[in-house]
Design a protein around this ligand. Structure first.
Ligand SMILES: [Zn+2]
Length: 277
């Protein structure tokens, strides 16, 4: 499942391959590829020129030479590929945009999504943010990210720290993998209550998450899912050393005790019972 570093890798790939192109001959190829509350069919964007690719959390949008934007969410397995027109389709191509203009000719952008949790939509901007992403808080790499106020917000909460850092309305972009990894780095048990943690500890947690995700970003994103491929068709397979996620029963690299896994809201938490009390 793509997390923030993967989505940012896709954003950079799209920036490189799609900015300056006109979207021609748009095809929606699956009934669920368009979000039901899309302002208009995605085919209504035919003829629009892409002027920028933005992201907030895991929401991506194509800025256009018109007031609307093309929104995209990769869901569990979404990918974008730029391919020569006429090249045999991958399985699960859900939408297609012929690209016109620019140096590379005869290319098309394909949105591929096996599990169909990803989607595309037409949306409008308010203060530079699409309405569909308006509820998403800035992420750790956003210039608008205000760490002091987020730490204060977390310290007022009675929820478990892991649930809170996964809540996209508090801060966005931390998914299950990076939540487990940053909690291990900051030596915090995933079920600790936010309000019981010091500001120093929460700052350490956020700094750890940022540092781990920055490392993943350098290596092109971390992913366990072989469905995940970045925009050029290269696998974004992980190169970041994971300390706890998926490491149940293996020794903790800090203390040597075995990593434990507990179930957590339909998912799992991985942690070291000794280092994370
Ligand atoms: Zn340990």
């Amino acid at each position: 499942m793509p997390e923030l570093p993967e989505v940012e890798t896709v954003r950079r790939g799209l920036e490189r391959w799609v900015i300056g192109k006109k979207l021609k001959n748009i095809q929606a190829l699956h009934p669920r590829v368009e979000r039901p509350d899309s302002w208009a069919p995605i085919t209504s964007l035919e003829g629009a020129k892409v002027t920028g690719i933005s992201r907030r959390g895991k929401f991506l949008w194509f800025e256009l030479d018109r007031p609307q934007v093309l929104m995209a969410h990769l869901g569990m397995s979404g990918q974008f590929l730029v391919q020569p027109i006429g090249k045999v389709d991958e399985r699960h191509v859900r939408a297609r945009f012929t690209l016109a203009g620019g140096l590379q000719k005869n290319r098309e952008l394909r949105f591929i999504d096996q599990r169909t949790f990803g989607w595309l939509a037409v949306d409008n901007l308010t203060d530079g943010i699409p309405s569909m992403a308006a509820h998403i808080a800035p992420d750790l790499f956003d210039p608008n990210f205000d760490q002091a106020s987020i730490v204060a917000n977390l310290r007022n909460r009675k929820s478990k720290i892991k649930s809170a850092i996964l809540d996209q309305q508090i801060l966005s972009g931390i998914g299950n993998i990076y939540a487990d990894e940053s909690l291990w780095a900051a030596k915090i048990h995933p079920e600790r209550i936010c309000g019981d943690l010091s500001a120093k500890k929460i700052n350490l947690l956020i700094d750890s998450a940022r540092e781990i995700m920055a490392r993943a970003l350098e290596s092109g994103g971390t992913s366990f899912d072989d469905l995940y491929i970045n925009v050029n068709g290269e696998s974004g397979y992980f190169e970041v050393q994971l300390e706890v996620y998926g490491c149940e029963g293996e020794p903790c690299s800090r203390c040597g005790r075995l990593i434990k896994r507990i179930s957590f809201a339909n998912r799992s938490s991985h942690f070291c019972p000794y280092c994370q009390k």
